[in-house]
Write a protein of this length. Structure first.
Length: 138
């Protein structure tokens, strides 16, 4: 069985990592645009959904740039341990964990997200995007 089949890891090149970072940055940019629009009940929920996507893409970019692999599995939480291992610290993993904690509520639940949850998602996605950009500069 291949390594990807056993562990959820998939080979991932620097070019692919750059593409994921670009995608994540675009998700973040669109979230920022809609956050600046006149608010309705759904705007923060959509913005958080986009920030979650940005964070997941940034995590792929970080691990792809530093290790040549990304997490590929049905549970995004496997990427947390990979991020911790690749970065040598828990900061990026914590940021992704916080975003994933909001994923279900933002993307699948009928419940709205709060302004504080939107602010947290914005901050955490930006942290991951910054780390991904740094990893790709090396």
């Amino acid at each position: 069985m291949s390594r990807a089949g056993k562990s959820g890891l998939q080979p991932f090149t620097r070019t692919q990592a750059r593409q994921r970072l670009d995608y994540g940055q675009k998700c973040f940019e669109v979230a920022d645009v809609i956050s600046g629009e006149p608010a309705d009940d759904w705007t923060p929920k959509v913005a958080v959904s986009l920030h979650v996507l940005a964070g997941i893409a940034a995590a792929d970019a970080i691990t792809g740039a530093r290790q040549g692999e990304r997490w590929r599995g049905s549970d995004h939480r496997g990427a947390i341990a990979l991020l911790d291992a690749v970065t040598g610290a828990k900061e990026a993993g914590r940021a992704l964990s916080d975003l994933l904690d909001l994923k279900d509520k933002a993307q699948y639940s009928p419940h709205l997200v709060s302004a504080s949850e939107e602010k947290q998602a914005t901050r955490r996605a930006q942290q991951l995007l910054d780390k991904a950009a740094e990893a790709l500069r090396r």
